[in-house]
Design a protein around this ligand. Structure first.
Ligand code: ATR
Length: 280
């Protein structure tokens, strides 16, 4: 092949929307590292083969995104606690030729809040909207950071209950009808549903019962100011958008593949925002 620098990838289907190449190539350039980070569109049928040929193709590791995260987790030789608990992997690397993996979504969520509202983890009660794959990463992060009462609110309550069965004692499943009552004691409200994404669905959540010191955050970052964040800001509550989670989740992978722990900078954030504006 003639290339002796580290190569990494993001693998998805489709993968054209992924902003990971922008993030990692920005860091490669700013640290003057001779390495590469490429998009790989891989059909689910070919995913196992892609994973089995990583070493032969000269990759040190990479990211996996929709729809491969769960299958990637199942193919790991060794996984860390985050991948184990979330049941999905987004960051892969080779160790002695063996495939290892982690899920850095929960880390990215927590690191974003650490940056924006340093005392966010001092709360006891959080309410999470949604019970899909994204919610698993958030509930994991909330448990890790000491939240002791985690309410999971979902349209399909049985899915919320599945998460509770998995994560245990401090989690409770609810329908949307319960939301107003649950918010009374919540220090943190997190949206993990696709509601509000790209303006596709309009919806409103009544935030009147949230305490004045509550924090509201959304993992949706297109648009950056989602209807939920707009409503929270209008009430004077602290808000944190989801773009920081995307940026922070990329940090551990870059460090592992390229040997430098990169920083999430305002300049990087602006690059992604510019790209989002160019697309819309
Ligand atoms: P992800 O892996 O990104 O979390 P997902 O597994 O498809 O995606 O989950 C999407 C979440 O958004 C679910 O909690 C879903 O609720 P259901 O489990 O009841 O399907 C929620 N969601 C999507 N569209 C919704 C809508 N129109 N109203 C309420 N919840 C919605």
């Amino acid at each position: 092949m003639g290339e002796d620098f580290p190569r990494a990838f993001v693998c998805g289907y489709p993968v054209t929307h992924s902003r990971s190449p922008l993030i990692h190539n920005y860091w490669l350039k700013s640290h003057a590292i001779a390495g590469s980070y490429q998009r790989c569109e891989v059909h689910p049928e070919n995913f196992a083969e892609f994973i089995n040929s990583l070493r032969g193709n000269g990759y040190v590791g990479g990211n996996v995104t929709i729809p491969h995260k769960e299958v990637a987790c199942a193919l790991l030789y060794r996984k860390d606690e985050s991948a184990e608990m979330i049941g999905a992997a987004n960051t892969l690397w080779l160790e002695d030729g063996q495939l290892c993996g982690s899920n850095t979504d929960g880390y990215g969520f927590a690191a974003n809040l650490d940056e924006r509202v340093p005392d966010w983890a001092e709360g006891r009660t959080a309410t999470v909207l949604g019970a899909g794959g994204a919610a698993r990463a958030i509930v994991y992060a909330l448990q890790q950071r000491g939240y002791r009462d985690i309410h999971i609110v979902n349209r399909t309550v049985s899915r919320a209950q599945e998460l509770c069965d998995h994560f245990g004692g401090c989690t409770r499943a609810h329908s949307w009808d319960a939301l107003t009552d649950l918010l009374v004691d919540s220090k943190l409200l997190v949206n993990t549903t696709s509601l509000g994404m790209d303006g596709a669905q309009t919806y409103s959540v009544d935030l009147d019962s949230l305490p004045g010191e509550a924090i509201v955050t959304d993992i949706v970052y297109v648009p950056l100011r989602t209807p939920l964040l707009e409503a929270a800001a209008a009430r004077g509550l602290k808000t944190v958008d989801g773009l920081g989670m995307l940026l922070h989740q990329a940090v551990p992978g870059f460090e592992r593949w390229f040997g430098v722990r990169p920083k999430v900078t305002e300049e990087l954030r602006d690059i992604i925002i510019e790209d989002m504006e160019a697309v819309h």
